[in-house]
Design a protein around this ligand. Structure first.
Ligand SMILES: [Zn+2]
Ligand SMILES: [Zn+2]
Length: 380
């Protein structure tokens, strides 16, 4: 039996268990840096399948590093596992985790023969803080030759467009007063937020399709009869390149500044989590993955053929800046639903959703085998 067939055989033995793990995650979603039960369950699975598991790992309570193989280039398969507030696994990270585990189990028995060091890395908090950036800073990727993961989506794209993003919170500070009896003595921090929001809305006409700004208000005041002295809001600023991001970010700050001046409020910005970088898709790995995925019955589209503005962000972008990486999208055929909708979450436990576990795991495992067999490391 050749190595790809051996990988399929090893995966097939655990496929049912991986589907159960994914469904369990769907039923028990945990948000970023609170993936305690999830990370424990994933780490336990890998320990039970021959991996040397370090858990917690790299200074993060919900990160784990599961290793197999003792020599050769190191390959890191990233297992995202966090859910979203209120909409659960609407980004399908249950499928990401299950496919990462599946790729690990498919490759672990071959690791010594292939002469690779394999790591399945549990990467917390992709949706919010950027756990992979903490892992990079802690040295998790320092010795890696290649890194990969797959992400569920509504189309199959091997090298999807990814935007950089900065996450910030903004506070406006004014002065409380009786809203009816003495409004003239108040300084309204809610007005400052509203003006900031409208200023940014006006800025949108000068934005590229790949520039994205979105916000929610997280504290808007305490009672209608008190002029709000304090508001807080969360903002994401996205752009295709680092340069454009800096430019756009400065213009957003100018919107806040203008709102503060007009209303008499002071303001401050607090970075929330790490900035995410754009994705550098490694061309060798992209081609290998696309060929393997096609062979598994899932032909891949290319990011260049997609609407450039139809893109999100990922902390895998930061990984791709330091290690040759790929982050292919796999469709779960979610119909009219897209990521971050409850209907998308429901599709992660459908037959199409669960086929992405198999295709993702095997396409990753076969890509690693191709890197070894073709000795492609120097080309990465
Ligand atoms: Zn997401
Ligand atoms: Zn996601």
């Amino acid at each position: 039996m050749d190595q790809k067939a051996q990988a399929v055989a090893a995966f097939s033995k655990v496929e049912g268990e991986l589907i159960r793990i994914s469904r369990w995650m769907y039923d028990n979603p945990e948000v970023g840096f609170e993936e305690y039960e999830t990370s424990a369950r994933l780490a336990e699975f890998l320990a039970g399948h021959g991996f040397a598991v370090e858990y917690p790992a790299y200074g993060l309570e919900t990160a784990f590093a599961a290793r197999a193989g003792s020599k050769g280039p190191e390959v890191i398969i990233c297992a995202e596992m966090d859910a979203l507030p209120t909409v659960g696994h609407a980004c399908g990270h249950n499928l990401i985790a299950a496919s990462a585990l599946g790729a690990g189990v498919a490759l672990a028995p071959l690791a010594e023969d292939l002469r690779i060091r394999l790591m399945v890395l549990g990467t917390p908090a992709e949706e919010k803080m950027g756990g992979k950036v903490d892992l990079i800073n802690a040295g998790a990727f320092a010795g890696a030759a290649a890194s990969m993961m797959v992400h569920p989506s509504n189309s199959d794209v091997v090298d999807p467009n990814v935007l950089g993003v900065r996450h910030i919170d903004v506070e406006f500070h004014g002065k409380d007063s009786h809203a009816a009896f003495a409004p003239q003595l108040g300084i309204n921090a809610l007005d400052a937020f509203v003006q900031a929001y409208v200023n940014v809305a006006t800025l949108r006409q000068a934005m590229y399709p790949t520039d994205k700004i979105h916000a929610i208000i997280t504290h808007g005041g305490d009672a209608p009869n008190i002029i709000p002295s304090y508001t807080r809001s969360s903002w994401y600023v996205r752009a295709a390149t680092r340069e454009r991001m800096d430019e756009l970010y400065d213009r957003v700050l100018a919107c806040f500044e203008a709102a503060g001046t007009a209303t008499g409020c002071s303001w401050n910005v607090e970075p929330m989590g790490h900035p995410f970088e754009g994705m550098v898709n490694n061309p060798v790995m992209v081609d290998l993955f696309a060929a393997n995925s096609a062979e598994l019955g899932r032909p891949m589209g290319r990011g260049a053929d997609e609407e450039p503005g139809a893109a999100g962000s990922t902390d895998m972008g930061n990984v791709s800046q330091v290690v040759p990486s790929i982050h292919p999208f796999l469709t779960i055929n979610p119909g009219d639903h897209v990521n971050h909708q409850p209907g998308f979450a429901a599709h992660t436990v459908s037959a199409d959703g669960e086929r992405a576990i198999r295709d993702g795991a095997l396409a990753m495992a076969w890509t690693v085998i191709d890197l070894v067999v073709g000795d492609r490391w120097n080309e990465l």
